[in-house]
Design a protein around this ligand. Structure first.
Ligand code: PLP
Length: 476
């Protein structure tokens, strides 16, 4: 038997599924944040691989023995750091099936159901967030990858023969410039680094008091660049910035993009899923004018890592930028089908659309929208608690489910406040009940609390607030 026998697989499979169900059911018995020092886990793993095979049962035992205290439990309802990314049970089942098929969707032929289910899911999701029919979608691993493909498409649209001739050693190329706000995610700059634009190829536009890009400053920067023979080519607007979840004024930015003929990419990695909620339709303002948009179900749609959706109304440009078909990948149906390898840098790809298929069918669109809506309501309630407590203050508006705040008992300098809040965050995370993260807003150390886990209930938010208040008294 070259592989594990079906009997053994069934026995171990049942054991693992039981383990997972038990783990998720009792997840609150673990601290949300791993409590180990660098190297602790590595020390526990033998330095050399086993010469002879071992029973999987032994490996399962070692998950508990060697790994578990080095796991930061993203599925823990006390995890309120960064942006939550939680895996729902239907999503976990879909991952299992994906590994069983092990289908590689590089070509339509290498698994027709793969390509066609992805197409169907992109069509479903497009409708769920209310994008018009001319938007074509594809699944990448992360928003970083999605945005990199957006920037590559924007560059390709310029017809500067960069695909053929590259960017180095050419004196016929203008300097290219991309614009985003000071609060855009670092993935935009990483995309620029990857594509040879360099960090200086990105201009960060100042934001207003609510952390939204100022369109007048954008236009001013574009005009300045044009006057210096720098070529503007792309603007990234963010709907739900990473630090505060602010929403750039997309309509105004879109008008500027139209005027100067620039590619408009919208980074809605976190907040894009809220477009499913009827009361939140305002978030989609201007989306129909974008050339591309990214939304991450792996952030706030209960989808196990990883799954990022990239929509564009110009898939032909994406294909022009990336399609390269060697003889060994040609098929007889190339003219009739979409081969997903033509739309990005990767050849092989995981069967991620299964996760969407399971999750959307299990919860239904209304069920997903309802869960996300509850998170927004809970965040507003938490923000009210902050507002009503005289020793705390909100440091940013709360349009979605992330609350930026600090402890401010009065009479302290900004530097002292920064120190005391950093200490408070440290104590909170040592409490082993909740895990929060931070940012800096206008030089102020800011504590962030994000609600978005499929396991978040009101009691968890209430408990978090009690922990924060109690520890604040102890640090002051
Ligand atoms: N864009 C925004 C607004 C984000 O907040 C993040 C991550 O938090 C990203 C992009 C990057 O996401 P990913 O990890 O999928 O690359």
């Amino acid at each position: 038997m070259p592989d594990m026998s079906p009997d053994e697989f069934t026995k171990n499979g049942h054991k693992l599924v039981d383990w997972i169900a038990d783990y998720l059911n009792n997840i609150e018995k673990y601290p949300p944040l791993a409590n180990v020092s660098p190297g602790d886990i590595l020390k526990r793993i033998p330095q050399t691989p086993p010469k002879n095979g071992e029973d999987i049962e032994k490996v399962l035992v070692d998950v508990d023995k060697l790994l578990i205290d080095g796991i930061t439990h993203w599925n823990h309802p006390g995890f309120m750091a960064y942006f939550n990314s939680t895996s729902s049970m239907p999503g976990i089942l879909a991952e299992l099936l994906s590994a069983a098929f092990n289908a590689n969707g590089m070509l339509w032929k290498t698994s027709p159901a793969f390509t066609e289910l992805e197409k169907a899911m992109m069509n479903w999701f497009r409708q769920m967030v209310g994008l018009p029919e001319n938007y074509w979608g594809i699944i990448y691993d992360t928003a970083s990858t999605s945005s990199m493909h957006a920037i590559a498409s924007a560059r390709e649209q310029l017809n500067l023969c960069i695909r053929e001739n590259g960017m180095t050693g050419r004196n016929d190329l203008p300097k290219l410039r991309l614009y985003c706000s000071e609060h855009a995610h670092s993935s935009i700059e990483k995309g620029a680094i990857t594509l040879g634009l360099g960090l200086n190829g990105v201009k960060k536009i100042p934001v207003d008091e609510n952390f939204r890009m100022i369109p007048e400053k954008l236009e001013q920067a574009i005009k300045e660049d044009i006057s210096k023979n720098v070529k503007p080519f792309c603007v990234v607007a963010t709907v739900g910035t990473t630090s505060t979840t602010s929403v750039d004024p997309v309509e105004e930015i879109a008008a500027i993009c139209e005027k100067y003929d620039l590619w408009l990419h919208i980074d809605a990695a976190y907040a894009g899923v809220t477009a499913m909620i009827p009361e939140m339709k305002w978030v989609t303002s201007g989306w129909d004018k974008a050339d591309s948009i990214v939304i991450n179900p792996h952030k706030w749609m209960f989808t196990p890592m990883d799954l990022s959706i990239y929509f564009t109304c110009k898939p032909d440009i994406l294909k022009r930028a990336f399609s390269l078909v060697p003889e060994y990948l040609k098929t007889q149906v190339d003219d009739e089908v979409e081969n997903l390898m033509d739309y990005g840098i990767q050849l092989g790809r995981r069967f991620r659309s299964l996760k969407l298929w399971f999750i959307i069918r299990y919860f239904g669109v209304d069920g997903l929208a309802e869960r996300i809506k509850i998170h927004i309501t809970l965040a507003k309630e938490f923000a009210d608690w902050i507002n009503n407590e005289k020793d705390f203050e909100l440091l940013a508006p709360v349009p979605f489910s992330t609350v930026c705040f600090r402890y401010n008992p009065g009479g302290l300098s900004e530097e002292e406040l920064n120190q005391i809040n950093e200490k408070l965050l440290d104590e909170i995370n040592k409490s082993k009940t909740i895990f929060l993260s931070h940012t800096k807003l206008n030089g102020r150390f800011t504590i962030r609390l994000t609600i978005g886990s499929i396991r978040h209930e009101r009691r968890h938010i209430f408990q978090a607030w009690e922990v924060i208040k109690t520890l604040a008294r102890s640090v002051s």
